[in-house]
Design a protein around this ligand. Structure first.
Ligand SMILES: Cc1cc2nc3c(=O)[nH]c(=O)nc-3n(C[C@H](O)[C@H](O)[C@H](O)COP(=O)(O)OP(=O)(O)OC[C@H]3O[C@@H](n4cnc5c(N)ncnc54)[C@H](O)[C@@H]3O)c2cc1C
Length: 539
């Protein structure tokens, strides 16, 4: 069963090994384990629903409403852990078809309720937060719209119910010899519709593309009508209306069906760990590689601190120690950077791509250590976030912040993001362990994905929320100052809405507001997300 106040399925656990514990204690000082709130006690505080008896599809019991109240951001995490209850939806409707979505939207529009679409619930940007409002709030849950509706093998197009989660997307396609190839780290729970409306990126985007390249068309029910976007191979028929759906974050309507471009299952797939002597060599190497346009499926480059952290977390200290001595002899000592390389293709292409990649990387001092670590990475590719659970139990908090920027600014921005976090915690006389990787690498530039671990503050929700808000604000300002995007893959939601104007400008923001008014004149759809046009919010 899915954990209610932590990441993932409660049948899967990760443990911190002794070296990882020692590393945290050395870098951050002792952790401060916090006492978890009891779920039943939180639920007992939930006020009576304003939607009791409103429609047969709408459930109003407190337990179901609480389960839809929050996503997976750090702010959401500490609300659950400390029992700091925000407003929760008044009702939850589990729609099973486009017709039911249409009926519920018409009702909400007529009655002036707010509607928050809820799919996998994996948002890390406050997309699912409920404002404090006089209007009743309906959570429109899409998890029952989870089937492959049509597969056109000739055109390699598959149409899914928008609430289909990653494992069911892949299982239904694999049964017929196909894959979508979209593997965000939240794959276990996030859905095809959620990916589209938040502009998601999967680990093998280098081969399969981001969701923008995979989304061919679909059907969106908005308060004022239905938008059907046909899936065409290409069109010069004016602006592409798919762009209105991608990144719309539930503001314009509910995507009920998504047609995506699929690929026959690959003949060969393997992942390989390669070490480079230092950041400058590593960055130049991956830039050269991506600009050569070799048919690789993934490049994930960890900086020196992340490499050290990952090797510590991996356990097997003896084996890793032996490997590190060997790497040092070959010029990859302290400050070395690990590159995880994915090769997905037919056997001949894969052999050629790996050979050529290794030849290019060798020019930058790379040392290849064979496929064993890569296979281990692949086996655990969705497990990383599970480490947040034992970290929290040991008294440490963790969050991630990501962006993308052109090559000349990649290193400067990466260092500035890490430094901004250190400056925030220094104000409290505390430390933060910050480390970064580049996970989506483009000829023009790269995404930058930084992770932050710090000792949970004693004193409950308020001091922890304050530190997190300061961390987010300082890093967001640093990103804006360096010309980075508000988000490369997590979307805007409520948490990043304050910064969006920097990227879009006044006319761009006015255009987005006008589109919201056009599709949703009564502002019932997920207000306050993407644009700062709703509130107040719980503090
Ligand atoms: C541990 C972890 C790892 C992650 N890794 C990645 C990653 O590698 N890459 C990445 O891109 N993201 C990642 N994310 C972020 C998150 O998984 C994505 O934003 C994902 O696309 C959200 O999909 P979801 O189905 O969970 O949507 P939800 O969280 O349920 O909803 C997100 C937003 O979309 C709206 N929405 C959802 N479905 C619809 C629909 N059908 N129609 C209209 N509106 C809708 C909701 O109202 C909400 O505003 C990660 C998150 C976590 C917690």
């Amino acid at each position: 069963m899915r954990r209610w106040n932590g990441w993932g399925d409660d049948a899967t656990s990760m443990e911190l090994n002794d070296n990882a514990r020692a590393m945290m204690a050395e870098r951050l000082g002792p952790g401060h384990p916090a006492k978890d709130a009891v779920r039943d006690a939180i639920i007992a505080q939930i006020p009576v629903s304003r939607l009791v008896g409103a429609h047969p599809l709408i459930q109003t019991d407190a337990s179901t409403r609480f389960a839809m109240a929050l996503g997976e951001s750090f702010g959401d995490w500490i609300r659950k852990r400390f029992g700091a209850l925000p407003p929760v939806p008044d009702g939850v409707a589990f729609a099973e078809s486009t017709e039911q979505v249409r009926e519920l939207l018409d009702l909400a529009h007529a009655k002036n309720w707010m509607v928050i679409p809820f799919a996998g619930g994996t948002s890390v940007a406050g997309h699912l937060d409920c404002p404090i409002s006089e209007r009743p709030i309906l959570s429109l849950n899409l998890s029952r719209m989870n089937r492959l509706l049509h597969l056109d093998k000739q055109s390699q197009l598959a149409t899914f119910g928008a609430g289909t989660p990653g494992p069911q997307v892949e299982a239904q396609l694999r049964a017929q010899g196909y894959t979508l190839g979209h593997f965000p780290q939240s794959f276990e729970y996030s859905t095809v519709g959620g990916w589209v409306v938040t502009r998601s990126s999967g680990q093998q985007s280098l081969r399969y593309g981001r969701i923008e390249q995979l989304f061919a068309g679909g059907r969106m029910e908005s308060p004022v009508g239905t938008l059907v976007i046909p899936s065409l191979p290409a069109a010069s028929a004016g602006p592409d209306l798919r762009e209105l759906v991608m990144g719309s974050e539930g503001r314009f309507g509910v995507l009920t069906e998504a047609t995506v471009r699929v690929t026959p299952l690959p003949e060969h797939e393997s992942f390989h760990a390669i070490f480079l002597p230092n950041w400058d060599a590593a960055e130049a190497a991956v830039r050269t590689l991506v600009q050569r346009k070799l048919p690789l499926s993934m490049m994930r480059l960890s900086n020196g601190i992340e490499t050290e952290t990952n090797l510590t977390l991996a356990g097997h200290a003896k084996l890793i120690g032996w490997m590190e001595r060997y790497l040092a002899l070959r010029g990859c000592g302290s400050g070395k950077c690990m590159l995880m390389l994915g090769v997905t293709a037919d056997k001949g292409t894969a052999r050629h791509a790996l050979k050529e990649a290794r030849r290019t990387l060798a020019e930058f001092g790379a040392v290849y250590i064979g496929p064993a670590m890569g296979s281990k990475w692949a086996a655990n590719r969705f497990k990383g976030p599970y480490l947040r659970n034992p970290l929290w139990d040991e008294g440490y908090s963790a969050d991630t912040i990501e962006t993308a920027v052109d090559w000349p600014n990649v290193k400067t921005l990466m260092l500035a993001m890490e430094q901004a976090s250190r400056d925030v915690f220094a104000q409290y006389g505390e430390r933060v362990h910050a480390f970064t990787h580049l996970s989506h690498i483009y000829p023009q530039g790269s995404s930058i994905y930084s992770q932050f671990v710090w000792a949970t503050a004693p004193g409950g929700f308020a001091p922890n929320f304050e530190r997190w808000q300061k961390l987010k604000a300082a890093v967001a300002k640093t990103i804006a100052d360096h010309g980075g995007t508000v988000s490369h893959q997590h979307g805007v939601g409520r948490d990043h809405a304050t910064q969006l104007h920097v990227e879009k400008g006044p006319l761009g923001m006015a255009t987005l507001a006008e589109l919201c008014r056009h599709f949703d004149p009564k502002k019932i759809m997920n207000p306050g997300k993407l644009l700062q046009d709703e509130g107040p919010w719980a503090q």
